[in-house]
Design a protein around this ligand. Sequence first.
Ligand code: PNS
Length: 161
Amino acid sequence: MRIAVCPGSFDPVTNGHLDIIARASKMFDKVIVAVLKNSSKNSMFALEERVEMLRINSAGLGNVEVDSFSGLLIDFMKLKDAQIIIKGLRAVSDFEYEMQMALMNRKLDSNIETVFMMTSSKYSYLSSSLVKEVARHGGCIHGLVPDLIEEELIKRFNIGG
Ligand code: PNS
């Protein structure tokens, strides 16, 4: 069984992430979306919220499950018996850091392969941080994130002033 892991912070999940997850689900027997319990990064959404939002929005994909991890990604992969890391590439600017991570992961475990997928062009400029920044200043984020997250972001930034 080919099991792929799609790791990230997902703070919050965007339609760009969901596009990669849906396309990956067609390529592998199982896709595990792995949400990082990031202790160093200050996340806007709690781990449970990030996991829940991914679960709700990938519920239609039968072979996708959502889990969380801390520590090294390759240790989580061993635990799940997964062999492939899926990453989305938006632009050349993503390449350098992604290449570094792919090579480090392969050094740590030579059985792990990283597979890069090109993001759909309509999402190529999209990132969780940009979505939060635009929402913080009252800009329109419609179509960039699932509707539930759009509502939640608007609510949080309104309450925060
Ligand atoms: O969405 P992000 O923040 O770009 O995702 C980064 C992520 C989670 C893929 C990366 O930080 C990661 O794999 N962290 C786990 C720690 C680890 O394994 N580090 C070594 C990888 S080179």
